[in-house]
Ligand binder design. Structure first.
Ligand code: AMP
Ligand code: MG
Length: 427
């Protein structure tokens, strides 16, 4: 394993850091999954239809299957009276043909009987006016249809042999329904990333612990695991490592044994005396440490441990989430084979002024729609330990590098925290 140390004071921009971490991951190999597990997964190969959908011409309405010629001139004044020779329900094959002067009652989804080419819906006949219990032996058509009305042709939705879904398609509920309709019950999709999560710090205790002086509860393992799930991965919990190289090393090894595709660590990558994660990573593999010009979340590490990519996030609970959203989320989506990985943004207008240090700032805001426009306000105090403000926020307003102040009423770009990536991509 090559080892190198990048100067610790290296300051890089968010876009440059993102490009570097994305270079480090590839779409994961394929696995076959049943349709019930396929939601949100991405196809690795195209899917072809073996048969037409619908497989046979069928009725789109409840009504009467007729010959167009018979009823072309029907009107209220001159109704066309047809003899009803039978009926056909969805799920059954018609037993009779429609001969001139006759009709067959037909239900939605039932096959069009031989001889018929058009379906006249009940509303265009005297059926709704009929008294209960009156004979169904004849029906009068009161409105002329167009030829072929209410007939769904075989192959109208999908033609046999056609590629129904391309490789790279993200499977949404409608794609899953389409696959079921063509008889495809399992698909070849990119594997879900297994993401091993490690919190580091002597101060950390599990959430069910009583707090003593100096100790805090581990928030990051839980928020990061939830983010991994939110973006389609499977978390592997490596627990809390003490600030010793030994503990960190042995927990990372557990992640390797569990088959992790990606490591997420939190804390220990800044400049403090006990930021030992850096030491371990330097010794274990190729790791770069950067000070990314962003707020919250300056320190960031990226590299490989035994060939597995590792993203080292800052320790502050807000910084770790915001940094994950900028760097971890797109890595995960790329591993899942998703092509649409940009966090959705909206153009908004500020309702109040915002000050900035000049770094790219992700301000926790509430975005509200007012008529045609989105308006943003601070969601609360912006300290990077104040997780509650992120809980009140639905967006991250981006103040670009170099901007020291944004006035009220100025246009801004806001990342929407809970919008799916696909809203901003062509399907
Ligand atoms: P560090 O990156 O180690 O300097 O940590 C920055 C801050 O984040 C410190 O106040 C830590 O106590 C806090 N912190 C680190 N890890 C966690 C965690 N897993 N949950 C909550 N806070 C944390
Ligand atoms: Mg620490």
């Amino acid at each position: 394993m090559t080892r190198y140390v990048v100067p610790e004071n290296e300051l890089i921009g968010v876009d440059e850091a993102l490009a570097k971490v994305l270079e480090g991951v590839r779409p994961l190999p394929a696995e076959r999954v049943g349709l019930e597990d396929a939601l949100g997964r991405v196809l690795v190969e195209p899917v072809r239809a073996r048969e037409n959908i619908p497989p046979f011409p069928n009725s789109a309405m409840d009504g009467y299957a007729v010959r167009y010629k018979d009823v072309a001139d029907a009107s209220k004044e001159h109704p066309v009276r047809l003899r009803v020779i039978g009926s056909v329900a969805a799920g059954y094959a018609p037993e009779l043909s429609v001969e001139p002067g006759t009709a067959i009652r037909i239900m939605t989804g039932a096959p069009i009987p031989p001889g018929a080419d058009t379906v006249v819906r009940f509303e265009s006949t005297d059926e709704p006016e009929r008294k209960e219990g009156s004979s169904l032996e004849y029906v009068s058509v009161l409105v002329p249809p167009r030829k072929g009305d209410n007939v769904r042709e075989a192959g109208e939705d999908v033609k046999a042999g056609e590629i129904v879904l391309d490789a790279g398609t993200l499977l949404r509920p409608q794609e899953i329904g389409l696959l079921a309709s063509i008889g495809v019950t399992s698909v070849h999709v990119h594997r879900k990333p297994k993401v091993a999560i490690l919190s580091t710090g002597d101060e950390l205790l599990p959430p069910d612990s009583e707090i003593s002086l100096g100790k805090i509860r581990d928030a990051n393992s839980y928020s990061l695991a939830a983010l991994v799930r939110k973006y389609g991965g499977e978390p592997i919990m490596l627990g809390i490592a003490r600030d010793t190289e030994e503990d960190i090393r042995s927990r990372l090894n557990k992640g390797i044994e569990a088959g992790a595709d990606l490591f997420l660590t939190s804390a220990g990558v800044s400049k403090g005396d006990y930021d030992v994660v850096k030491g371990v990573l330097n010794a274990e593999g190729e790791i770069s440490f950067w000070m990314v010009r962003m707020k919250p979340g300056q320190p960031l590490a990226f590299g490989y441990v035994h060939g597995v990519p590792l993203l080292g996030l800052p320790g502050n609970p807000v910084s770790s989430i915001v940094s994950f959203e900028q760097f971890g989320r797109p890595m995960l989506l790329k591993m899942e084979g998703r092509s649409c990985i940009r966090k959705p943004t909206v153009q908004a207008v500020t309702a109040e002024p915002f000050k900035n240090s000049g770094r790219r700032n992700y301000v926790r805001v509430r975005v509200e729609r007012k008529g045609d426009c989105y308006v943003v306000r601070k969601a609360g105090p912006q300290g990077s330990g104040v997780l509650q403000t992120l809980s009140k926020a639905n967006g991250l307003m981006i103040i670009p590098e170099g901007v020291m102040k944004v006035e009220a009423g100025e246009p801004v770009e806001v990342q929407m925290l809970d919008w799916p990536e696909i809203v901003q991509c062509e399907i």
